[in-house]
Each structure stands twice: as C-alpha cells, then as structure tokens.
Design a protein around this ligand. Structure first.
Ligand code: ZN
Length: 218
C-alpha cells in the first residue's frame, strides 16, 4: 500500500507537468468562452443609434462620476472615523456635502463628551446646519462609515437630507435596512435616496480592528 500509493501520486502530477502543451489549449478555450462578453459591446456600437448610445454612455459616465464622489465622501468620513479611534471613540465618521463639496465633517464623540447623542451623523448635521444657516438641509448628502442608528436616521429625516451614503451595514443597530428603514418609510413626511455599501469592507475593518484591540488585554 505504502509503496503503491506514492507511485500513482507521482504519476498523477507527472502527465500534468509533462504535458503543458495539453494544459495550455484549455486556458485558450476558457479565454474564448469569455469572448462573447465583448461582442455585445461591439454589436451595440455598430447597430445602436448614435444618440441612444451617447445617452447610454452619458448615463454610465454620470453614474461613474456619482460613484467616484460617493467614494471620496466615504473616504473623508473614514478619516474622521480614524480620528475617533485615536481618541478611544468607536470609529464612526461622517461628512455632509453639497455637490461633492464637503460642508461639514465630524466623528463620534460619545465618550469624550458623555453625550449619548454625539454620534458622527448628528454632529455633522449640526455643523452643516450651522454653515448653511438653516435646519433644513435639502440638497445635501450625508456620507457615513456605518449604517445610521434609529436616532441618526431620524435626525437625517428631520434635517430633510436628500441623500444618504454609507459604508458598512450595522446588523445590530442599523435603521437603514438592517432593523428598519427609517429614511425610506413612506409614512414619514420625508424620504431620501440611499446608497449602501460604499467602501464597506474598509469601514467595517476599522470597526473590527477597534473592537478587537479593545478586547485584547493590555
Ligand atoms: Zn447614530
């Protein structure tokens, strides 16, 4: 058994290594299978009317531009979250922006201020309202690293924010899809557009690392 077993084992990789020419065509065939994907693009450009294609492209470009702005906003919020972590605060950061221009930025300060309402979103909304000179923040986007809680989601509705962008979902306290959906509740007098999952991994990792470090005995 022991003498026989190594033999087939040695033979098995043998042909695979011995016949690389036999392995390569398979790779080529796989590459050919992916060929049909570029084909529809070519077919569209050949058959599609220029205007239709142009508008489709403009739509895609606009969507890509919005994606890039959303990502930049969440990156700015991540910077705030890192500042919070450095203070020993749960690392959540938020920014408020108008057309991609950041008007206010804030991070969680619950511990430092002994204030249960000092979540990043509430602080960012307060700062934005101060800058705008109104409690009404229509036309503005709030981006935050973590799915807002019920309090913050309520504050977003009350501030009449247009759009919410967030990173990681919060299955334990999130009020924008996880435990409820406060900002899109048709019974309320204001609803907003939501984009979830922007840089979700990065936002989530920051929180995980923070809690892992806190659990570690020092
Ligand atoms: Zn909150």
């Amino acid at each position: 058994m022991t003498a026989e077993t190594p033999d087939p084992a040695a033979r098995a990789p043998g042909p695979a290594h011995g016949g690389p020419a036999g392995g390569r065509p398979r790779v080529v065939r796989l590459a050919r299978i992916t060929d049909p994907f570029p084909e529809p693009v070519g077919a569209e450009s050949a058959a599609g009317p220029a205007s239709g294609l142009a508008s489709a492209r403009a739509g895609l470009e606009q969507a890509a531009a919005i994606d890039a702005v959303d990502e930049a906003l969440v990156r700015a919020a991540l910077e705030e979250a890192r500042t919070a972590a450095a203070l020993g605060e749960v690392p959540v950061g938020a920014v408020v922006a108008r057309n991609g221009e950041i008007l206010a930025r804030a991070h969680n300060l619950r511990e430092s201020t002994s204030d249960p309402t000092a979540h990043a979103e509430v602080l960012a909304l307060r700062e934005a309202a101060r800058r705008v000179g109104s409690w009404r923040l229509d036309g503005l986007t709030l981006a935050v690293t973590l799915e807002p809680c019920f309090m913050c989601a309520g504050a977003l509705v009350n501030a009449r924010v247009d759009r919410l962008v967030f990173g990681a979902a919060d299955p334990k306290a999130g009020a924008v899809g996880s435990l409820g959906d406060v900002v899109r509740d048709p019974r309320l007098n204001h609803r907003m557009a939501v984009r979830a999952g922007v840089l979700a991994v990065e936002c989530g990792e920051l929180l995980k690392a923070f809690f892992a470090a806190r659990r570690r005995p020092s």
